[in-house]
Write a protein that binds this ligand. Structure first.
Ligand SMILES: Nc1ncnc2c1ncn2[C@@H]1O[C@H](COP(=O)(O)OP(=O)(O)OP(=O)(O)O)[C@@H](O)[C@H]1O
Ligand SMILES: [Mg+2]
Length: 810
């Protein structure tokens, strides 16, 4: 577009595309003819002559406050006018400071455009770093308002802000939201269908340009020209944890963003007095990820780290045991959810908050530990993993009803998110405009959670469909969401979710990055997440309005989680196991506040004594047990093996999961083998459950008595070896008690009706033929369990997982 002689209709269309109103566009073309630049000048001059800066701002503000969802699409005039007036007001050319009164001006702009009274402290801190030309890393909780940190600079300076964002859907949504707040924004890249947008953006016609990392690398030169012409105020890198291999959403192209520091510094571009600041933002980064971000982006020497608490005091975390795989599980686990949505919809308050400050120690040990055994009947029952009975009638978006069946999808998971994935927008819907359901609000500290929306995260696509259908059959308005469903259906789910028509979305990880819906009341994870980062980010989509919300993790506590198939280097596999292991330990812990565990995971000192909401805080930890004898026996067996260096013969695969070559090799005895040895040598322990010992091994590892003897990383210690401390413990022969809090798997193992895991109960069992059989069966050769397990892990081309593994190994 060069502003030359174009046909009038085309010029009007261009002007409309920029956000001008139809009356202004037609009037301008009528006055100046079919010349684009002249028409723009005409409108802007007319506007400046006739409207003061304040009145334009107040028009926007009034529209926002008075009409809420009726807000008009902003006109580019609004933004360009701010830009022009700002430039003259403050002489804010790129070489000069923003001015001492920038804080007041930022707050005024915030009120005018977004209707909020003031910026939060961390937002001010991030802006202060930017004002002083510093690079910054902003770490703030999900939903805390990070976007404003990079949006305000565009309004303050009239220069362009370039935002790097990982997904088109995210960019699209943000642009739509900004338009409603009177800020002109566009997104560039493969998802942008309008070819002219890039051209206009690079001529400085938008205040904020969203771009994916792949695209920005192609645009370095034109962006340098833009920096010289209109000026670039800031490069913001949103969801910056994608930079790090140690994070949970690694995107290789993010690593190449070091090109920004290289190409937009004052040394390279003579017209710059200062480097153009880089602001990197995320809600989930461990200390290791942070260091990696700073290094990979080659941020300036002294970047400002803006760190806010990761703690979300309105989120109520809990962990529940479930096999998560059968209709029986669905029935039991979703009963309460179904009741919440179906019974008496008008009376929407349903879920009861467990009593706060339940006093610990007022009930018996059995009663107390029983409260930890939610779901144990499932392990004890002889239910099978039958396929789910599919409903015959389902509620789903109309277009979705015709082709949804479990067979429609393979049992695969959504793993790697590319920029073109999930090109699905939830734009056009204001999180605040509850069109279909009127939602009462309930403050934290009161006893109930309001109805609101629910997201259920599951690992596989197949489960999105089967659970959504199950819920629909039970009368809940549920919909499935995964990356392989047609885009049109996904758009519809987004839109109906935001309009509160769909009550429950059952989704893979494909649903959610950047979802800013205020009234999500429940985030249910149904199956193991792959990391605590992913878990916390997904859980963080709940309660963005500050009201009480539930984050429930349903997992099979008797099984160790496994990595979902993905292409990984050896180093990445090791890291993936470490993250999975942290997640596993989070679920197993019964004695530490969940919120505390989560924020400490991100390197934060938890400054409260507890969250008073999570299952651990409410139930209190289980009664401690003196495990002196069991610990000694276990340590002795491990130490004896360690000293003699004995190995057992196992069949093992060559390499990892993807390879199928079988060898016989000698291996150190693993936990299972050691437990078999204990059972053989100690009749009293013959029927103890390996699950219980697994828990004890973990406890002893945390106490520093055991260490992993293998150089691989496992979800839980596999080949235990004694540490110096462990050997000292054995040497002391002390009679001192060894009290520990049993972990979730230990409690679960004790709940089995035929389990005889205590010394006292041992003698009773022999009279029972079933128990006798069970005990005798324990005396099997060492290598048996290991062999069985290895055989299971061979790639089986009949299963989807096997096919996927074979595909990945090519
Ligand atoms: N100063 C403020 N006062 C009141 N509300 C605010 C303020 N800043 C931001 N918000 C609101 O907080 C909500 C969340 O904002 P935003 O989407 O930027 O969060 P985020 O930190 O980027 O979250 P995520 O990590 O999930 O991407 C938005 O609805 C936003 O309008
Ligand atoms: Mg965000």
């Amino acid at each position: 577009m060069d502003g030359g002689n174009l046909d009038s209709d085309l010029v009007i269309a261009e002007l409309l595309g920029m956000g001008f109103e139809i009356s202004q566009a037609t009037q301008a073309v009528k006055q100046v003819g079919p010349f684009l630049n002249n028409a723009i000048d005409f409108i802007l001059d007319d506007c400046q002559g006739g409207t003061s800066k304040g009145s334009v701002g107040s028009t926007i503000a009034t529209k926002k406050t008075n009409t809420g969802k009726q807000m008009r699409q902003s006109s580019i005039m609004d933004h360009l006018q701010f830009a022009r007036t700002n430039k003259t007001d403050t002489s804010c050319s790129r070489e000069e400071d923003i001015g001492p009164d920038w804080e007041n001006r930022a707050n005024t702009l915030l009120q005018r455009h977004f209707g909020y009274p003031s910026l939060k402290r961390f937002q001010m801190e991030a802006l202060a770093a930017w004002v002083s030309h510093k690079d910054s890393l902003v770490l703030a909780a999900t939903g805390s308002g990070k976007s404003l940190c990079f949006q305000i600079p565009a309004l303050l300076t009239g220069k362009v802000v370039v935002v790097i964002s990982p997904l088109i859907s995210l960019m699209h949504d943000q642009c739509l939201k900004l338009a409603r707040h009177g800020v002109s924004a566009c997104f560039l890249g493969s998802g942008q269908v309008d070819q002219s947008v890039e051209h206009k953006a690079l001529r400085g016609m938008y205040e904020i340009i969203y771009v994916c990392p792949e695209t920005i690398l192609r645009l370095i030169k034109p962006l340098q020209s833009l920096a010289e012409s209109r000026g670039i105020a800031l490069f913001a890198i949103d969801e910056v944890h994608c930079v790090s291999k140690w994070g949970h959403d690694f995107r290789p192209s993010y690593r190449r963003l070091s090109a920004l520091r290289e190409n937009f510094n004052a040394e390279k571009l003579a017209f710059l007095k200062f480097d153009i600041p880089i602001m990197a933002l995320t809600a989930t980064a461990t200390t290791r990820v942070r260091d990696d971000i700073l290094k990979s982006l080659q941020m300036s020497k002294d970047p400002k780290i803006v760190l806010t608490s990761f703690f979300r005091p309105n989120l109520r975390f809990s962990v529940k045991h479930s096999r998560t795989s059968s209709s029986y599980s669905y029935e039991r686990d979703f009963r309460e959810l179904i009741e919440t949505y179906t019974s008496n919809q008008k009376n929407s308050k349903k879920t009861h908050l467990p009593q706060e400050n339940v006093s610990v120690g007022t009930c018996s040990k059995e009663e107390k530990n029983k409260s930890w055994l939610d779901g144990v009947e499932e392990r004890a029952s002889s239910e099978s993993d039958d396929d789910i009975t599919l409903p015959n009638k389902s509620f789903a978006p109309a277009s979705m009803q015709k082709e949804l069946s479990v067979e429609y999808l393979e049992d695969e998971c959504d793993q790697y998110l590319d920029v073109d994935d999930l090109d699905v927008t939830c734009g056009g819907f204001d999180g605040r405009s509850y069109t279909k359901a009127s939602i009462p609000s309930v403050a934290v500290g009161k006893t109930e959670v309001e109805l609101g929306s629910t997201i259920i995260y599951v690992p596989t696509r197949k489960e999105t469909l089967s659970i959504a259908k199950y819920l629909c059959r039970c009368g809940v308005k549920a919909a499935a969401y995964n990356a392989k469903l047609p885009k049109s259906q996904l758009r519809q789910v987004h839109s109906e979710f935001h309009e509160n028509i769909v009550q429950v979305v059952v989704a893979t990880i494909a649903f959610g990055m950047g979802i800013d819906k205020l009234n999500v009341r429940r985030i249910i994870h149904y199956g193991w997440p792959q990391s605590l980062e992913a878990y916390y980010q997904e859980a963080g989509r709940a309660g963005r309005d500050g009201q009480l919300a539930d984050c429930v993790l349903y997992v099979n506590l008797s099984r160790m989680p496994s990595l979902l198939p993905s292409r990984r280097s050896e180093e990445q596999t090791r890291q993936a196991y470490t993250m999975l292991s942290d997640c596993f330990r989070y679920a197993m812990r019964t004695s530490k506040c969940r919120a505390q565990m989560l924020v400490q995971y991100f390197g934060e000192d938890f400054s409260h004594d507890s969250c008073h909401l999570c299952d651990v805080c409410v139930k209190g930890p289980p009664e401690k047990e003196d495990l002196k004898d069991e610990t000694r026996i276990l340590m002795e067996i491990i130490a004896a093996n360690y000293e003699t260096g004995s190995y057992v013969e196992v069949s093992c695969e060559d390499g990892d999961y993807n390879h199928n070559r079988k060898n016989i090799c000698m291996e150190k005895p693993n936990v299972k083998t050691l437990v078999s040895r204990i059972q053989e040598l100690n009749q009293q322990l013959a029927t103890t459950d390996p699950l219980w010992w697994r828990g004890l091994v973990r406890i002893l590892e945390e106490k520093g008595f055991l260490k992993e003897g293998d150089d691989k990383t496992h979800v839980q210690m596999k080949f235990p070896e004694p540490t110096k401390l462990g050997l000292e413990f054995l040497k002391t022969k002390s009679e001192e008690s060894f009290y520990v809090c049993p972990e979730a798997d230990m409690l679960l193992s004790k709940s089995m009706p035929r389990s005889h895991s205590s010394f006292a109960e041992w003698g009773k069992g022999w009279a029972d033929p079933e128990i006798r059989k069970q005990r005798l069966a324990r005396n099997r050769p060492f290598k048996k369990p290991r062999q069985r397990k290895r055989q299971k892990r061979q790639v089986d081309m009949k299963t989807v997982r096997g096919r996927l593994a074979a595909k990945l190994s090519k």
